[in-house]
Ligand binder design. Structure first.
Ligand code: SF4
Ligand code: FES
Length: 381
């Protein structure tokens, strides 16, 4: 292992660790942010390695650990891993589908100190939700799981990824969050990377639907002040400015994949020229400070115009590198979601066109599906 090197002092400490414990999942959501080439169980890190990674994360200054996947409760050692977080003083957030073994492990997770649960809900109407998630009888399991979370007194966040297949249910998601006693609801319009990029035409809503969903959220925020916090992630393709993806590249977040590759964001592997270091070969501190994938787009030196001279460059950090690669064919380009990008009009036109077409069937997330990644030649430039 290499030690943390001196230039680490100039780099902000990471706040969050996204621990993708496994890519195994009973659901098959067509917007999953996991890579197209999913890790198989045989490649997953063992318990001791995850515990070392968590210890190194705490040492680096990480405060929050998002225990994610896939479905993290598919791992037999999820309770041990959660207990390690508690012992290290790391705030643990279980990001779960609430199906499969999730309910049977919840009490044990609570007993070892789990701090928070984020439950995904694919839809409000059960049939629609189960079509989107690709799993029959998932909805009653989710409702039972949510009831147990609140019965234990654990804070519950509902996460709803919004797209043309459920955008008519935004009001229903809000009512459901209130009914289930959630403290927070994420109304997160689909971000088009990973499987969502492949399914973009099936998922893209139109602008009128997006605007209506925003109005519904804004009214509910007023109505439910003090009862429910609603986070809204607006869809990039209809936005004026992009978001600071992952809080800015290499600034806040470390993402460790099931096999131990360390990424600056969950989709970074789509940028194929980047070199990713592995937790079995380097310490987390060394990776954070020195790994080529982290230094490539950290700060502003790498930026091109119009980002280079833009006064928002340290607010949104040029948007999303993965989206820039997919749409502009260059990961260092201004994110075409930005209205200042020369490609923005094409991106808008693409969204309008896809939203107007009859949606194709979903390509469901599947391990071993062998779906080719988006090609540079398919970029808009
Ligand atoms: Fe952000 Fe770049 Fe757009 Fe400016 S030009 S708003 S820095 S993405
Ligand atoms: Fe990779 Fe946005 S998903 S930078």
């Amino acid at each position: 292992m290499n030690a943390l090197t001196p230039n680490a002092a100039a780099i902000p400490a990471p706040v969050g660790l996204l621990a993708e414990l496994t890519h195994r999942c009973p659901l098959r959501c067509p917007y999953c942010s996991n890579p197209l080439d999913l890790d198989r169980r045989s490649r997953e890190l063992d318990t001791a390695t995850w515990q070392r990674v968590l210890t190194e994360a705490a040492g680096l200054g990480v405060l929050h650990v998002h225990l994610s996947g896939g479905e993290p409760t598919a791992r037999n050692d999820i309770v041990e891993i959660t207990e390690t977080c508690a012992k290290l003083g790391l705030y643990s957030n279980l990001i779960t589908s609430g199906v499969g073994g999730a309910l049977s492990k919840l009490q044990a997770l609570y007993d070892v100190g789990l701090d928070h649960v984020q439950l995904s809900v694919q839809g409000v109407d059960a049939a629609n939700a189960e079509k989107i998630g690709g799993l029959k009888n998932a909805q009653p399991q989710k409702m039972e799981f949510a009831a147990k979370v609140t019965e234990l007194g654990l804070p519950l966040t509902l996460n709803s990824v919004i797209h043309r297949g459920n955008i008519h249910e935004v009001e229903g998601f809000i009512d459901l969050a209130v009914k289930l006693g959630a403290k927070r609801l994420e109304v997160a319009h689909t971000q088009y990377y990973g499987w969502a990029y492949v399914n973009r035409a099936a998922l893209m809503p139109n602008k009128a639907q997006v605007d209506q969903s925003i109005r519904i959220v804004e009214a509910a925020r007023e109505r439910l002040k003090g009862q429910l916090v609603i986070d809204l992630v607006v869809p990039d393709y209809y936005a004026k400015y992009p978001k600071a993806c992952a809080g800015g590249w290499g600034r806040k977040l470390i993402n460790v994949t099931p096999q131990g590759k360390v990424l600056p964001c969950h989709a970074a592997e789509t940028i194929s020229h980047l070199e990713f270091w592995h937790v079995t070969e380097h310490s987390l501190g060394d990776i954070w400070a020195n790994a080529p994938a982290f230094t490539a787009y950290r700060g502003t030196d790498w930026m091109q115009e119009p980002c280079r001279s833009c006064d928002r460059r340290e607010k949104d950090w040029g948007g999303c590198r993965c989206q820039a690669l997919a749409l502009a064919g260059d990961a260092a380009a201004t994110d075409p979601a930005c209205s200042l990008s020369p490609l923005h009009a094409k991106v808008r036109a693409l969204a309008v066109e896809e939203a107007a077409e009859t949606p194709p069937d979903y390509t469901y997330r599947t391990i071993g599906a062998n779906i080719p990644a988006p090609r540079k030649e398919d970029a808009l430039s």
